[in-house]
Structures are given as C-alpha cells and as structure tokens.
Write a protein that binds this ligand. Structure first.
Ligand code: CTP
Length: 420
C-alpha cells in the first residue's frame, strides 16, 4: 500500500514546509524528480523534531540548485562539490537562515574497506541502497503531483514500526565501519533493537579485528562525530555499555579497558552538547598519557576539546597529591575550569571517597555560585593600584565568603580594607 506523509510534513515549521513546496515546483519545471531523504524522514515518522533538510535529485542536483538560486532572490548557493555531486543552498527568510543540502542520486563504490568511496551518479534505488539502515533509506517525493508519497524500497516502514535497526546489505559495516557506532547509537536513542542478522554482521566485523585502532588509519573526525552523538545521548548508561559490550570500543583503541562503572548522573546544566567529552575522558583515563594523547590526536579533537579533558586530568592529579582537601582547596583548583572539566575531576575514581564527593557537590551547587558584591573598581576607589593586586585581594575576600557565606557588602569592604 502506498503511504503518504503530507499531513506530517504540514506540521513542521511553516517556512520549511513552504520551501519544500517551492523546491518541488522548481524541480518539476526542470523535469527533475526530487525527494526528501535521511534522518528527517525517520524522525518525522517517529514524531521527533529534525529540520535537517536533505534532498536527493534524480539525477542532477547542480541543475536544481542553479534553478532555485535563479528563481529566489533570498536564496544563495553556499557550496558546490561537483566531485560528490552535491550542493548546499541557504534561504534567508526574514533574517532566519535555512540551509538545504541537495545531492544527485548516486551510488558509492568502495574500492577498499573504510576508505572514502568513489561516487557515481545513478538512480534513486541505488542511492537508497548505499545507505546504512533500512529506517534511514526512506525517501519522500516533494513534486507537486505526489507530494508526501513515501518511497519504501527496503521495508523501512515495517522496521520503523517493529523498532529494528537493519542493514541493507552484508557489506555495510565493512564498507563503512562508522556505521557500527551508528547502529548502537540509533538503538540506544530510539529504543530499537539491532536485528539478528545485522547483529551477526556487526559481531563478525568486530571479531575480524580489521577495524582495531581504526582511528589511526582513517580520517578520525568521522569516528569523532559518531562518538560525540553516542556519548551525548541522554541514556548514557546504555550507550557506554553497548560501546563496550559490542567490542566497538576497539575502533578507538584496543588498549581501552572495558568499564562497567558508568557514572550516569552527569548534568552539565542546559548545555549538554559537550557532555560527550566527560565520558570520553572517563573512558581513556586509565591509559598512559602517550596513549591518551594519541587517541585525542587521531580523533582530530580541537584544541579546546583537548584542553577540557586535560584540565580535568591535571586538576584531579593536583588534588590527589594534596589529599585531604577542604572546600577552599577545591575552590582554588576548580575555579577556572569549565563545568565539563570540573565534572571530569568529580567523576574520576576516588569519588567513592564520600567526603570528597560531598565537597565536590558543594562546590558545583553552592561554592562556584558564590559571588562578591564588591568589585575591582570598588578596590581601586579604595586606593588599590590597578593591576594584579586587585585580583588577589578579591580572591582572598571571596575565599573568606566561601567560609562564611553570611558576609554582606559591608563585611566584604571591611575584610578588603584589612588586606590593603
Ligand atoms: N548515512 C549512511 N552511512 C553513514 C552516515 C550516513 O548511510 N555512515 C546516510 C543515512 O541514510 C543517513 C543519511 O546518510 O540517514 C544522513 O546522514 P546523517 O545526517 O549523518 O545522519 P541522520 O540519519 O540524518 O541522523 P542524525 O541527524 O541523527 O545524525
């Protein structure tokens, strides 16, 4: 039976829906067939938000991109990669930028495993067949005459209903081993199970050992993207468990120790997008510094990301040397750290030590939020010369306030005066 999801598409943001209608019309005028593909369809059918618009064009994305840019003055061509037959256009709607990826329907030829494939223009069926899982291989027409019609050549709709992660062909993981991480990511995120044959293929791929220490051999940033998604999942306990139980951790490094003591109560407040760094740090914590360095380098981590992890490790080591520590010592070590580095320190071993743990919680929840009412300017007005000394005095007064949180502005001024 033919499925049509126009009703679901009508529920996405108005601007996005209108754009799909407009692009469909231009497509028809150009005699090209265009389809929405990828994660957006999957998520739409599962009632998740996803406004990542990926369109495939049978068979000329470049022609469609040019025609759209010509027709709409608020649309610009942001990128075009002729080698990959892709283009990115960006609409500007009342100041809001909406990017849309266009790609010609293509097939991928993997000359050898894990390498970047050679891309060749082909038809929709081959384009969908080259994808990772059946639930990600659905397409939806955006042409005016059949807008919303679902093209389901590999039973993706049934697998979505039955909550199954299933590869399209036997070589899927061999062609692209990052799909192994994707398999457990989607399983954890969506609460799906990995279908039996797919599980067998995953196990065989891991046990073949050909992907051991993979990040040393391929562009590690592709693995990093998947690790980031995996360890940013809300159900981090399942994510880390699956990462080790499946053996997929070996792609990162065969030196890793499978760990079961996953700490789940990590809260980075509203900003959860860097939570993955905390888990990566905890996973590599037992390796020697050279091995840690190698993994971070091979994953192509940015300087900022590496700093977050290393700051956490260094503060932890310094505090370990100073045992036993009090709230002031913890404050001194942690005051300049990001929340992620602070949580790395908190979650590293030794946190079974209850006193320390309580001090950390106190730091995160209370101490780090204590602020002085007096400012550097106040001190300058009181006669302190502008410079390093201002900061030193403020710091000392803050330490007093940490010990005595009842201090008000007058008390702060009084303490500062004693130090001048
Ligand atoms: N894809 C694939 N193999 C990969 C990565 C992606 O076959 N290693 C295909 C899938 O069909 C996927 C599409 O490319 O749906 C788009 O990839 P991406 O944007 O990375 O993932 P989404 O499925 O859109 O999901 P998410 O946004 O959650 O990453």
């Amino acid at each position: 039976m033919k499925s049509n999801i126009k009703d679901k598409l009508q529920k996405i943001d108005k601007e996005y829906y209108s754009l799909l209608i407009d692009i469909g019309k231009v497509s028809k005028d150009q005699g090209l067939k265009s389809y929405l593909v990828g994660g957006m369809i999957r998520d739409l059918l599962l009632n998740f938000d996803n406004l990542d618009i990926d369109i495939v064009v049978e068979d000329n994305a470049k022609q469609l991109a040019d025609a759209i840019v010509k027709k709409f003055s608020n649309c610009e061509l942001a990128a075009r990669h002729d080698r990959f037959h892709t283009a990115k256009i960006i609409f500007n709607i009342d100041g809001k930028k909406i990017p849309i990826d266009l790609a010609s329907t293509r097939e991928e030829i993997y000359e050898h495993s894990a390498a970047l494939p050679t891309v060749k223009v082909s038809d929709l069926k081959k384009d969908l067949y080259r994808r990772d899982f059946t639930i990600n291989a659905l397409a939806v027409s955006i042409l005016p005459e059949d807008f919303g019609d679902v093209v389901d050549l590999f039973n993706g709709l049934i697998d979505l209903k039955e909550k199954k992660i299933k590869v399209l062909h036997e070589l899927s993981f061999i062609d692209d081993p990052t799909r192994m991480i994707r398999a457990i990511r989607f399983a954890c995120k969506l609460g799906f199970t990995i279908e039996e044959n797919t599980q067998r293929l995953l196990k065989e791929a891991v046990e073949s050992k050909q992907f051991d220490n993979l990040i040393e051999k391929i562009r590690g940033d592709r693995v990093k993207i998947e690790i980031r998604y995996l360890f940013n999942l809300p159900d981090i306990e399942s994510a880390v468990k699956a990462f080790f139980d499946s053996g997929i951790y070996r792609m990162l490094s065969t030196d890793l120790n499978p760990r079961r003591d996953v700490v789940c109560n990590v809260s980075t407040g509203d900003n959860t997008s860097r939570q993955w760094l905390i888990h990566l740090a905890l996973i590599i914590k037992d390796l020697n510094p050279e091995k840690q360095e190698k993994i971070l380098k091979n994953l192509q981590m940015t300087g900022e990301e590496i700093k977050i992890i290393k700051d956490g490790f260094s503060a932890f080591n310094r505090l370990k040397e100073k045992e036993p520590v009090d709230s002031i010592e913890i404050y001194r070590e942690l005051k300049n750290l990001s929340i992620e580095s602070t949580l790395i320190v908190k979650l590293l071993p030794n946190t079974q030590d209850l006193i320390r743990n309580t001090l950390f919680d106190e730091y995160i929840e209370k101490t780090s939020k204590i602020k002085l009412e007096i400012t550097g300017q106040d001190l300058i007005t009181m006669g302190v010369k502008e410079g390093k000394r201002v900061g030193e005095i403020l710091d000392k007064v803050l330490e007093m306030k940490i010990k005595n949180t009842q201090m008000n502005k007058n008390d702060e001024v009084a303490e500062a005066k004693k130090l001048i």
